[in-house]
Design a protein around this ligand. Structure first.
Ligand code: RP5
Ligand code: MG
Ligand code: MG
Length: 279
């Protein structure tokens, strides 16, 4: 499969900084590329130093140098891809060149860990499971991202010290069910419904994400877990409403021609294979 496709070429997301053009056969660090001169860019929101961001790579790192390839206090700087290289004191993208240095929109040097919940049911028409080419059609919950209007799985960043199982539930609640706008009893009731659905999940992918925000020094990684509602009764009761960084939510039929954010089509394909669904 082609590597670093969505994080190469054009302008860096939300900026006017142009990525240094990297031809397919020059992505790998091992390919000689003496003229490679990427610009450095880290978004103002990251440089402002919110809790989710590391310090800038100033001399001495403001007394808090990142412990690369380690569990650094509550911050997990280990990669699902194995040990990554640290070159001139900075983490290096394990897949290859992206045409930009720094962190861009990402808070962490090195891996930025996310979790993606893939919630599925069978497509039913008049109560009967619909089939194509003899296989049942799987549907999944998609959200429309506010940052670029692309349809995506309702995933999000794992907070420092947070368990992935909690990130999956929290992000699904925030983005697909607008849980942040609920209070008291309503939120508690919704949480119980989510917990029931999320009690048994299966991991379909763990590793690097071809995210448009990736840079030579910072990149997205995820754990994608699928939760299937065989008879559709649990998910049928959920009050879907887009929230937080999502502006739309809907059930989408899974099939090979679908276009989704970052590497999400790949996670969906793995889910369809796991369920022996049409693809
Ligand atoms: C993707 O970005 C991951 O697969 C996950 O869906 C998402 C996490 O970032 P935010 O949704 O928090 O922007 O790489
Ligand atoms: Mg979110
Ligand atoms: Mg998100």
């Amino acid at each position: 499969a082609p590597l670093n496709v969505k994080c190469r070429g054009g302008l860096y997301s939300g900026s006017t900084v142009k990525r240094f053009p990297v031809p397919d056969d020059h992505v790998a660090w091992g390919a000689a590329f003496p003229e490679y001169a990427p610009k450095e860019y880290t978004a103002p929101a990251v440089l402002a130093g919110p809790v989710w961001a590391d310090p800038q790579h100033t001399e001495g790192w403001g007394g808090r140098p990142p412990k690369f390839n380690e569990l650094d206090g509550k911050i997990d700087r280990r990669s699902h891809m194995g040990r990554y290289k640290v070159v001139d004191g900075l983490s290096r993208n394990p897949i290859g060149r992206t045409g930009i240095k720094g962190r861009g929109l990402l808070g962490r040097w090195g891996p930025n860990h996310a979790a993606d919940p893939i919630v599925t049911r069978w497509k039913r028409v008049g109560g009967v499971v619909e089939k194509k080419d003899g296989k049942p059609i799987l549907q999944f919950v998609a959200i429309k991202r506010k940052d670029n209007n692309e349809w995506a799985i309702p995933g999000g960043m794992v907070d420092a010290g947070e368990k992935v199982s909690l990130t999956l539930r929290r992000e699904f609640g925030e983005e697909a069910l607008n849980s942040l706008q609920l209070s008291g009893a309503d939120r508690k009731h919704l949480q119980e419904q989510i917990n029931k659905l999320f009690s048994a999940g299966e991991m379909v992918y763990k590793g690097y994400v071809d995210d448009p925000r990736n840079t030579d020094n910072a990149w997205m990684e995820t754990v994608a877990v699928t939760f299937h509602d065989e008879n559709g009764e649990n998910v049928g009761r959920l009050p879907f409403q887009a929230g937080d960084d999502a502006v739309g939510v809907k059930w989408v039929d899974a099939h090979s021609a679908i276009k989704l954010y970052a590497s999400h089509t790949l996670f969906l394909q793995k889910t369809a294979e796991l369920r022996h669904a049409h693809w």
